[in-house]
Design a protein around this ligand. Structure first.
Ligand code: S3P
Length: 175
């Protein structure tokens, strides 16, 4: 795993990147970092405010900047924002930074997991289920570029972590 030094989690909102990322980091003895947190720290305001005041394109530029900074990291598990898969330049940086694992979940599960939270501007709509389906359809081909995908709908966090780590160690053996 010499040059694959980090584990990068991508995936739609509500697929478990934060919970799985934290648990995986603990098991690996890696540090945990979330690109949304990096963006908020750098901008000095929340993602919701960045969307409202500066617009989504500006948010995507800040996101690409945060993703670019990942290549400097070692021994980190990184949870990314659900839309980071949309830009090629982000993929280049993520692949350089480590192994990229996509977490997925059924739309109903995503709705259930995200409905109690209000910090995601893209899901603040009258019909979040329709929005989830529309975004998932549009993004499916982008998420499919990951090295591994795990459907978290019916798994515990520990089970997802176990699958990801088994695969990672297998990959490391092949390298
Ligand atoms: C987004 C996902 C969010 C955050 C922003 C946009 C997206 O991150 O980056 O609200 O486009 O899917 P999470 O996936 O961590 O919720």
């Amino acid at each position: 795993m010499a040059e694959r030094k980090n584990l990068i989690l991508v995936g739609f909102m509500g697929t478990g990147k934060t919970a799985v990322g934290r648990a995986a980091a603990e098991r690996l003895g890696f540090a945990y970092v979330d690109t949304d947190d990096l963006i908020e720290q750098e901008a000095g305001k929340t993602i919701a405010r960045i969307f409202a005041e500066d617009g989504e394109p500006h948010f995507r530029d800040l996101e690409s900047e945060a993703i670019r900074s990942l290549v400097r990291l070692e021994r980190h598990v990184v949870a990314t924002g659900g839309g980071c898969v949309l830009r090629d330049e982000n993929w280049e940086a993520m692949r350089q930074a480590g192994l990229v694992v996509c977490l997925t979940a059924r739309p109903e599960v995503i709705l259930e997991r995200t409905r109690a939270e209000s910090h995601r501007p893209l899901l603040r709509t009258a019909d979040p289920m329709a929005r989830i389906r529309e975004l998932l359809d549009y993004r499916a081909a982008f998420y499919a570029r990951a090295d591994l995908s795990v459907d978290t709908s019916d798994l515990t966090v520990a089970e997802v972590v176990q699958r990801v780590l088994e695969w990672m160690f297998h990959e490391a053996g092949q390298a």
